[in-house]
Design a protein around this ligand. Structure first.
Ligand SMILES: [Ca+2]
Ligand SMILES: [Ca+2]
Ligand SMILES: [Ca+2]
Ligand SMILES: [Ca+2]
Length: 332
């Protein structure tokens, strides 16, 4: 075990999280973390039982409330498995675009491991984004599918996932067998205000090994109100619960650590350009173009031709966004 641990260390000197390249790839949101640039992995230099992480690395230790109660789940499965009737397991979690904003999403990151893996264990990823709870009546997919490979990058982190080192009865010594990888998926869409669900699956070209992603890990916390990740297996969506440690602990609902990449924008104006409370109507289009051409405003000035509220006007993008919105699309 020690030999293997050293080997892992040598091949994986600190490689940073997938880098932000320009504002379009900046971290926009990190689930259950106050800082979009910090995933909710509770990375620390030593475990709860004071075992230092090797070299410059860090531990991500399964959370415990105290010495008598903790979580037991290091990771949640989310891998393709062709022997499963439904093609393997998928995992889903939600996020909310606040009122008054639109988010241009260029990617998302998950934090994955495969027990014992000595090199990047992920070679493919699929993603859907729903406008409601996956699979429920009234929810529909607004982006992606279950077949297109959207994997962008798999970067080894200088971090290892470990079970609790403080809650008995049996305490496992922390080790480096669960190296974390930052897995980046490509997305290309703009979302208006509302709650959406990400629904993903990872795969590995070398057969059928289990792949796990790390649930939200906050020091001293088993769960929080609103944690609601869901697992799809054997054809049904069910809540992701941590059964806890020791045996007999109550189930605790989980969220998944993920980061959204992209840039925020302002929400578009109403398509009722002429403010007469009638929409959609041709007159809004006519009035919009008339004002753009220097004509009189159909309502009390100042006239608002900055439809996408980016403080740039006049510009073609306002016209494009106006027609997109008229057609039922989102601003952006
Ligand atoms: Ca959630
Ligand atoms: Ca109108
Ligand atoms: Ca405006
Ligand atoms: Ca504008």
């Amino acid at each position: 075990m020690l030999k293997q641990a050293r080997h892992v260390q040598h091949i994986g000197l600190a490689i940073a999280l997938a880098s932000a390249c320009g504002s379009a790839r900046a971290q926009l949101f990190s689930n259950e973390s106050a800082n979009p640039g910090t995933p909710a992995l509770a990375l620390v230099n030593q475990t709860g039982n004071n075992t230092p992480a090797p070299g410059s690395s860090q531990w991500s230790e399964v959370a415990s409330v105290n010495a008598l109660l903790g979580n037991s789940l290091a990771g949640v499965a989310c891998h393709a498995d062709q022997s499963d009737v439904s093609g393997g397991v998928r995992l889903a979690d939600d996020f909310t675009v606040p009122t008054g904003q639109t988010w241009r999403l260029t990617g998302m990151q998950l934090f994955a491991y495969q027990p014992g893996a000595l090199s990047a264990p992920v070679s493919g990823a699929t993603l859907r984004i729903w406008n409601g709870v996956p699979g429920e009546a009234g929810s529909s997919v607004v982006f992606g599918d279950t077949s297109t490979n959207r994997l962008n990058n798999v970067a080894a982190m200088d971090a290892y996932r470990v079970f609790t080192t403080t809650v008995g009865p049996a305490i496992m010594s922390p080790d480096t067998s669960r190296r974390l990888y930052a897995v980046t998926l490509n997305t290309n869409l703009t979302l208006g205000p509302g709650t959406y669900w990400l629904d993903w699956q990872l795969s590995n070209s070398s057969g059928n090994p289990p792949l796990f992603v790390v649930p939200v890990t906050l020091s001293g916390t088993r769960t929080l109100p609103g944690w609601n990740a869901k697992l799809f297996a054997d054809g049904a969506w069910t809540p992701v619960n941590d059964t806890g440690k020791p045996e007999g602990a109550t189930d605790a609902a989980q969220d998944i650590a993920f980061v959204l990449l992209g840039s925020p924008g302002a929400e578009c104006d109403s398509i009722d350009f002429n403010r007469n409370d009638v929409y959609p109507e041709d007159q809004d289009v006519i009035d919009f173009f008339q004002v753009l051409a220097g004509g009189a405003c159909p309502y009390a000035d100042p006239c608002d031709i900055d439809f996408n509220n980016n403080d740039v006007y006049p510009e073609d993008q306002d016209v494009i966004d106006f027609f997109n919105t008229l057609a039922g699309g989102v601003c952006g």
